[in-house]
Design a binder for this molecule. Structure first.
Ligand code: ATP
Ligand code: MG
Length: 317
């Protein structure tokens, strides 16, 4: 990654997790947290832990939820020089509780928090003038200020010969407004690497069927597709027709949040460090699997050494 750090732009959140399974938050209950969170923040923390040059564009409030995140990102080796501290708005937050059926209930404070108030500051411009790769989380596009910064950041990276990856992170049922949908499609068209999960592949391609979707995306110029399949592992598809399958590590799932983000952070970091798709995919699958074994959205993100230990000591299906 001699061209410069991997950068992501988007929401930074504090997450509070219910320790009992059940429906929602309409009664007093045990909670644990705050944990640093936000899909882009989880991605970049995992990227930094692996040892890839990493930086984040985002905003936090002037409060402990913000400091929690800044301290963690810095500890993971992430450059936070372009994370703004908003004096007027609190750090974004998310409360999550798992239902007995595996579903999730959330209470969010994002749209009215610092997380959703980004701008193209001097610090962002300075960072992007030296960035080598931009990773975009679809979830960030639903915040208009982030979408604007992402569009400009994509131009900046593109102009200096850098690369772009996109994790749709948008469930099939989720309807975006026309403008956000168009922005998403434009990013898919320009991306080098797409990291969809499950039916996001077909949604991003706009056609049904795995093989059809992959062919359509390659025709649109995508150069590499890493498909996530939860506990069933993951696969990488390349335009030359080759396919690489990741081992599905057998783990005890404590908290599934953040698996996809850790997978992406590890995959992008490893590829940018020069690893081939097979090796990067093994690290990515290990990063996702390891993260679900620990409560908290990024608490289980692993360093290169921790992932080596995990890979050596974890059975595969
Ligand atoms: P997220 O909920 O964070 O958006 P995602 O849907 O994007 O997640 P997943 O497919 O859930 O992504 O997880 C990413 C990868 O992590 C998987 O492809 C797999 O390799 C690994 N992984 C996730 N959950 C498990 C699990 N329970 N057991 C083993 N590996 C897992
Ligand atoms: Mg995901």
């Amino acid at each position: 990654d001699s061209l410069g750090p991997t950068v992501t732009v988007g929401e930074i959140l504090a997450e509070i997790v219910a320790t009992t399974r059940g429906d929602g938050f309409r009664a007093a209950q045990p909670l644990v947290g705050p944990y640093p969170s936000g899909a882009p923040a989880i991605f970049i923390a995992q990227c930094g832990r692996i040892g890839g040059a990493a930086a984040m564009v985002g905003a936090v409030g002037d409060d402990d939820f913000g400091r929690l995140n800044l301290d963690r990102l810095a500890a993971d080796g992430v450059d936070v020089s372009a994370v703004a501290i908003d004096p007027e708005h609190p750090t974004g937050s998310a409360f999550v509780r798992y239902r007995a059926d595996g579903g999730r209930d959330f209470v969010y404070n994002i749209a009215r928090s610092a997380a959703a108030r980004l701008s193209w500051t001097g610090a962002v411009a300075a960072l992007m003038s030296g960035a080598g790769h931009l990773h975009v989380m679809g979830s960030a596009l639903s915040m208009p200020s982030a979408a604007a910064v992402i569009a400009r950041a994509a131009e900046a990276v593109r102009a200096r010969g850098g690369t772009l990856s996109v994790d749709p992170n948008i469930r099939k049922e989720l309807r975006l407004d026309a403008e956000t949908e168009a922005r998403f499609a434009a990013l898919v068209d320009r991306c080098d690497l797409l990291l969809p999960s499950g039916d996001e592949l077909e949604r991003a391609a706009g056609v049904d069927g795995e093989a059809e979707a992959i062919a359509r995306l390659f025709a649109r110029g995508v150069a590499e597709i890493a498909l996530k399949r939860g506990a069933d592992g993951a696969s990488v598809f390349l335009p030359d027709g080759t396919r690489h399958d990741a081992p599905a590590f057998v783990v005890d799932e404590i908290d599934p949040t953040g698996a996809g983000d850790c997978f992406g952070g590890a995959y992008v970091a490893c590829r940018r460090l020069g690893m081939d798709p097979d090796r990067a995919l093994t690290y990515a699958a290990a990063a996702g699997a390891r993260n679900v074994t620990v409560r908290g959205p990024m608490e289980g993100a692993g360093s290169r050494a921790e992932l080596d230990t995990f890979i050596a000591g974890t059975p595969r299906r």
